[in-house]
Design a protein around this ligand. Sequence first.
Ligand SMILES: Cc1cc2nc3c(=O)[nH]c(=O)nc-3n(C[C@H](O)[C@H](O)[C@H](O)COP(=O)(O)O)c2cc1C
Length: 310
Amino acid sequence: MDAPLRQLVTAVGGYDLCTSEFVRITRQRSPEKVFYRFGPELKSGAKTASGTPFRIQLLGSDPYYMAENAKTAVRLGSPSIDLNFGCPAKTVNASRGGSVLLDEPDLIFEITQAVRKALPDDIPVTVKMRLGYRDPSVCIDNALAFQAAGASELVVHARTKTDGYKPPAHWHYLREIREALDIPVVANGEVWSREDWLRCYESSGCDQVMIGRGAVARPDLAMQLSDPDFEPWVWADFVKSLLEYWRILSELYEADGCSDHYRVIRVKQWLNQSRRGFEEAPALFESIKRLHRSHEMDEALAQLAQSNLS
Ligand SMILES: Cc1cc2nc3c(=O)[nH]c(=O)nc-3n(C[C@H](O)[C@H](O)[C@H](O)COP(=O)(O)O)c2cc1C
């Protein structure tokens, strides 16, 4: 989720915290502009426009440079640092980043400890992991290694890298991890609705959840999870949020001098990812997928508003 979408979904509500997409760390100190690109919120007190706290996530395998870059992110305002040991992408794993490190328990300990030691005590270091690379039985040892290295919270995507994104998520492992650790464990994976969350809670015992694709597909998902009386959005609500997203993108990218083509692509991407959230989304996606220019998108969205909101 990028900054404009974070702005949009946190304005709907239900979120305690947002994490950036991972900032890839190699053997160098990344310039400040990289952190601001991944986290424009750093320029406004590390909060989204509606006041939800935001933090930076780092991904890499070199303990020294992970620590150095964590210091930069904190100096620029990130209130905590999250470390990514979950990414399944081939190119990332091939360069020794993300979930592939779950087969190297000594190294993940070293990385987490180096980052922990480099930061002031009041800045939490947290970890995002999958159950393992191929073998989920390593999850407890890895979780214990993160805790021993000083992580103060663990978000667990309840699948291995080999599982990819294939349902189901194996939430029951989280119960074992939670019982083995003293630090909070946050559940993640396949929560698309309040019913999913209740099943995840029952199976894992975790009382906190991190949502990824569901948050993109349904801007109101966090409200559905946090408030049993919340009335789930209907299509017209989503249409309004799409218009709002277009407005945010237009403001942001006009200020940055970014191409209008890029704005159009972002709207198409979001709509495509919303297929699972709203049954009307695929047809709308089909009708706009060949648009390239922002004036074409302006017209298409004006028509959409007219037929759905008037
Ligand atoms: C396109 C895409 C990009 C992702 N990027 C990140 C990332 O940068 N950092 C991260 O921790 N997880 C990332 N994830 C994983 C999600 O945070 C989450 O762990 C995963 O999708 C499972 O949760 P969900 O079923 O709620 O989506 C990404 C997932 C997708 C599909």
